[in-house]
Design a protein around this ligand. Structure first.
Ligand code: HEM
Length: 516
């Protein structure tokens, strides 16, 4: 029966004997572009064979909803990635199997990140947005990427506590001179005294380890049994795991020492039943890895936003008009303004659609034989979510998917105001960039809020212009994250007296006062 069913595997590109489609995907820097090209040839599901491993790529939102959400019990586990496992994958929440440990980690992090919990971070996110604008305008000592990274580090104050974030243990989060450079050779993990740089490097170490075709041992699992002395990948992974664990443990213990009012996630995992079921080691890994997951996704998205503004002055101008009308110049944007800013909200949705920071994500595994429409999904198949392909679906978004066009989420308002969000995206993302099902991004509310207030405050305060020269988007690493290289652009204040106004706001911040 199995053989007969296999005749109904989804269509896909022809592969080679034994290695299958591996030569086509390995070494491909932007695998999502290739997968999206295939989507137009083969439809909602594409079948690939990577050295005997069945891979089903999901290319359409309806298929993702049916398979990953409606049948989520069968599709929430991860396939085994050998190198990732040696690195500590079973302790690193986005990579763990569908285990009791994952459940405990998910419960604990959900508790501090869900929709209502996310409201608590509005004040700190608003303050951080002002600090970011000040840096964009007046700090010439760090690069754009460093400033955005420092801003995205707001989440670290939730994880590790505000005082810890500003103590010597996290100096870069405070002063923004983080010198974040992602190590070019991701199999050599660089751990420095700078937490932002270290977390970014750890993130890349993990995501590049699961990139299809990155390690021979994944295709030839027999190599796993080589001793460490003969297998460099194993030696490096075992040593990196220890070093990551040590770094996470240091951050955790340092945070506990500093967090007097016990509000951080570290303190809550230690003091309350929230940490129930998690071992001491799992607690510091959870917090470390969630910080990794929060940091680069958010700062990459902000970087793409700034890049988009240099390319689309028309969009910037429309956003400025909306902000001038709704906010004016005597106050800064607040979360309470959100409902009156449909254009800005559409910009946030469009940036996540146009350049998702994770265009393809860590695969799931099919726990049973299954069928989708007339296609067979064999037990054990790796399920790859092609989020990029879903966001670039011409049937959903129109023929101009390559364009950055927030208007695709808007319609003319009945009340005669210019715009409102289309009803189907009022309470929905409108894009697919947070994934699907039980393992959908747990930080999505916090991320949406950080992006809204960050984008809103930047647009309210400054004009963004490209400087001479084209921004080179070429990628040099094989990775499932889609980073943007550091680039330069020009920021100018949009009104007189902005510098004094920003400083006044800042002097009144709780955050700032606490650190004096
Ligand atoms: C623009 C920002 C972000 C984007 C686009 C994003 C996207 C994603 C995606 C696509 C996944 C995988 C979902 C899947 O497997 O189907 C994920 C997982 C995850 N994200 Fe995010 N994320 C963002 C920000 C954040 C933030 C701010 C946090 C934490 C505060 C966070 C924490 C996590 C964690 C812990 C997971 C693993 C979930 C699990 O396996 O259960 N993310 N994210």
């Amino acid at each position: 029966i199995k053989m007969r069913s296999r005749r109904n595997l989804p269509p896909g590109p022809r592969g080679w004997p034994i290695v299958g489609n591996l030569p086509q995907v390995s070494g491909e820097g932007q695998i999502w572009c290739l997968l999206t090209k295939w989507k137009y040839e083969y439809g909602p599901l594409t079948y690939l064979n990577l050295c005997g491993q069945d891979v089903i790529v999901i290319n359409s939102r309806p298929a993702a909803l049916e398979i990953l959400e409606r049948r989520s019990a069968m599709y929430s586990d991860r396939p085994r990635h050998i190198v990732c496992e040696y690195l500590g994958g079973e302790m690193a929440m986005p990579f763990t199997g569908y285990t009791k440990t994952w459940q405990n980690m998910r419960r604990a992090t959900h508790e501090v990140l869900h929709h209502q919990a996310a409201l608590h971070y509005h004040p700190v996110q608003t303050e951080e947005a002002i600090i970011l604008v000040q840096k964009l305008l007046f700090d010439h000592s760090s690069t754009l990427r460093e400033k955005l990274n420092a801003s995205a580090a707001t989440m670290l104050s939730v994880m590790y506590g505000r005082k810890a974030v500003n103590s010597s243990f996290l100096p870069s989060a405070l002063v923004g001179k983080s010198n974040v450079t992602v190590s070019e050779t991701p199999d050599k993990l660089l751990i420095t005294s700078d937490i932002l740089q270290t977390l970014a490097n750890i993130g890349h170490r993990f995501t590049s380890s699961v990139y299809p075709g990155s390690y021979l041992v994944e295709a030839l699992p027999i190599l796993e049994y080589l001793p460490e002395s003969l297998a460099k990948w194993k030696r490096d992974a075992v040593s990196d795991r220890k070093r990551m664990g040590k770094a996470f443990q240091t951050y955790y213990e340092e945070a506990l020492r500093n967090d007097e009012n016990r509000g951080s996630l570290c303190a809550r995992l230690t003091d309350t039943s929230l940490g129930g079921g998690l071992t001491y080691e799992e607690k510091w890994w959870t917090i470390g890895v969630v910080s990794v997951a929060a940091l680069e996704t958010t700062s990459t998205t902000l970087a793409y936003f700034i890049f988009a503004m240099t390319l689309y002055p028309r969009v910037q101008q429309k956003a400025h008009e909306e902000l001038d009308q709704v906010i004016g110049r005597t106050q800064n944007p607040m979360f309470s303004d959100m409902k009156n800013l449909p254009y800005i909200r559409a910009v946030v949705k469009e940036i996540l659609r146009w350049n998702p920071p994770l265009p393809v994500i860590v695969p799931r595994i099919a726990l049973e034989d299954d069928w989708y429409e007339n296609h067979f999904i064999p037990k054990g198949a790796a399920i790859l979510e092609n989020l990029w392909g879903m966001n670039y679906d011409k049937d959903v978004y129109g023929p101009d998917v390559e364009e950055f066009r927030p208007e695709r989420f808007l319609q003319e308002s009945e009340k005669g105001d210019e715009y409102e969000l289309k009803p189907d995206v009022e309470n929905e993302d409108g894009h697919n960039s947070y994934g699907f099902g039980r393992r959908k991004c747990v930080g999505k509310y916090v991320a949406d809020n950080a992006l809204f207030i960050g984008i809103c405050t930047i647009l309210w305060a400054v004009n963004i212009e490209a400087v001479e020269g084209k921004i080179d988007l070429a990628r040099h690493t094989l990775d499932t994250v889609n980073p943007i290289p550091d680039f330069q652009c020009k920021f100018t204040p949009r009104f007189e007296g902005l510098d004094t106004f920003l400083q006044q706001l800042r002097d009144n911040f709780e955050y700032f006062k606490q650190n004096k």
